[in-house]
Design a protein. Sequence first.
Length: 121
Amino acid sequence: MNMTPSQPQTNLEEALKSHWEDKPQNYLPKGWENLVLNLHKKIVEIDPNYTLCQIKSKFGALRFYYDSDKSNLIDKLVSEAEEKSTITCEKCGKPGSSEIVNNWMITICGECYDKLNRSTE
Ligand SMILES: [Zn+2]
């Protein structure tokens, strides 16, 4: 029996579903879902058929890999979102900053950082 609960589908997953080139292989922190959803909305206005390759978090920043022949217009939007992620708590979406937690750089707000520290003690 499989005891792993499947993650509830969010609006974001629903919105991105048809854009994945393959099956989704992404790790997207909860706090950045709005960031990615807004980015997605801006991209489809430029290229409704763009392809999503990968979304992940690297060194406390969002990395958004996509494919489109309008990348000259989209790259700027992606950079903006990636930049914004470095000041957005990846847990809750509030303003945050980069911190090292368990040798891993994440972007987090003071409140979530405290919570995390308490839970790992
Ligand atoms: Zn937070």
